[in-house]
Design a protein around this ligand. Structure first.
Ligand code: HEM
Length: 357
């Protein structure tokens, strides 16, 4: 087993020297059929669901080439800086969980205002700048082709999907029609996001409050098959787990040693990051779940999904079956992407994603 630990600068060097394989197509038409059927069942079964009101062909007249415009930018960003991928997927998650998927996370705090925007909340400080850049560049291109038509919220949803696929994950259809929000308040962030040391009970409750099931929690956590975490998010597992003065017993000893070398108990380099998936850190695959069975989870919440009897069976199932993971993840993203969306004449279509009209 090879264990990868990086600082951001060594990772940047790695990107330049490593070829990352990007499959052109990972899915059969059967998968899409299944996905559509399940999504329509899902929304028909829930009268409050807004999934029905978003649509695949929302911009078919007003901006028919939208998806090509966005994908030309995401492909270039991914080539130049692969960290854009995980960063944008996480940005989408943080947007949807706070005030719904309305690009409120992209708004900047207003100069002179006493109310900070979501972007400046503590829990969003370590969202990588590459994610904001990707959406900004995609929006600029889209604005130059279809001015004033496409929301930042839809561009973020499309960019997140593109990056999943560019990293080797599924290419799932994205429904569109989200409007951009006008409200972004930093104090709304903490209560709506999970923490690295949340219990599984807390995660289940939080996800349920967003209309997401236990299965969605397990499937969406699979996004941690790519990307990195800073030491401060898991250091409490390495030395003094829950005040025991011992490490978390559910960490493989070799991983523990490697993490301890990079992340000292006190006073470490704040820029050091470790990959979530220590076996295939750059591939969007189902190894994340196999790792959890082998005590190779990075965050307590990741490892917790295997330890908790409610979520373990699905972790085991997804660890055995990549196609099942891709299907469950795609459905989860569709559901997450419809949380509290603004539709019709709600909200606005921003010209610049950083500021309201
Ligand atoms: C289930 C509860 C979750 C918890 C507790 C959690 C927590 C975290 C933490 C602590 C980090 C590392 C941040 C840093 O140190 O820079 C992270 C990164 C990440 N998260 Fe999650 N997360 C959760 C669910 C999700 C979901 C649902 C998604 C998307 C569908 C997601 C996508 C990501 C990605 C892609 C990264 C890597 C970001 C990067 O490398 O720039 N996470 N998450």
């Amino acid at each position: 087993m090879r264990i990868y630990i990086y600082t951001h600068s060594s990772f940047a060097k790695f990107q330049k020297t490593t070829k990352m394989s990007v499959p052109s197509s990972s899915f059969s038409p059967f998968f899409f059929l299944l996905l559509f059927l399940q999504c329509s069942e899902l929304s028909n079964g829930n009268p409050n669901s807004t999934v029905n009101q978003l649509s695949i062909d929302f911009y078919s007249k007003s901006c028919p080439q939208l998806e090509q415009f966005v994908s030309s930018v995401t492909a270039q960003q991914f080539r130049q800086s692969p960290v854009s991928g995980p960063a944008t997927i996480r940005l989408f998650f943080h947007d949807c969980f706070v005030e719904g998927c309305d690009a409120s996370i992209l708004l900047s705090s207003k100069p002179g205002s006493t109310v900070e925007a979501e972007k400046d909340a503590y829990d969003n400080k370590n969202l990588a700048v590459e994610a904001y850049d990707s959406v900004k560049k995609a929006k600029e291109l889209v604005e130059s082709k279809c001015p004033g038509v496409v929301s930042c919220a839809d561009i973020l949803a499309l960019a997140a999907r593109d990056f999943v696929h560019l990293a080797g994950g599924p290419y799932y259809p994205v429904k569109k029609g989200r409007r951009d929000g006008r409200v972004s308040i930093a104090s709304g962030v903490k209560p709506n996001l999970p923490r690295a040391n949340s219990t599984i009970d807390e995660l289940l409750k939080l996800f349920a409050s967003k209309g997401l099931s236990q299965a969605d929690l397990v499937a969406l956590s699979g996004a941690h098959t790519i990307g990195f975490s800073h030491c401060d998010q898991f250091v409490s597992r390495l030395y003094d787990f829950h005040g025991t003065k011992k490490p978390d017993p559910y960490i493989d000893p070799r991983l523990l040693k490697a993490l301890q070398m990079s992340c000292p108990h006190f006073g470490g380099n704040v820029d050091v990051v470790a990959p979530f998936d220590v076996t295939t850190p750059f591939a969007f695959d189902h190894m994340y779940y196999g790792n959890l069975e082998a005590k190779l989870g990075l965050l307590a919440t990741d490892q917790g999904l295997f330890l908790d009897p409610r979520t373990r069976p699905l972790v085991q199932a997804l660890g055995k079956d990549k196609a099942q993971f891709f299907q469950a993840f795609s459905l989860g993203m569709e559901k997450m992407g419809s949380i509290e969306v603004k539709l019709g004449n709600q909200g606005e279509i921003r010209r610049d994603c950083n500021k309201t009209l």
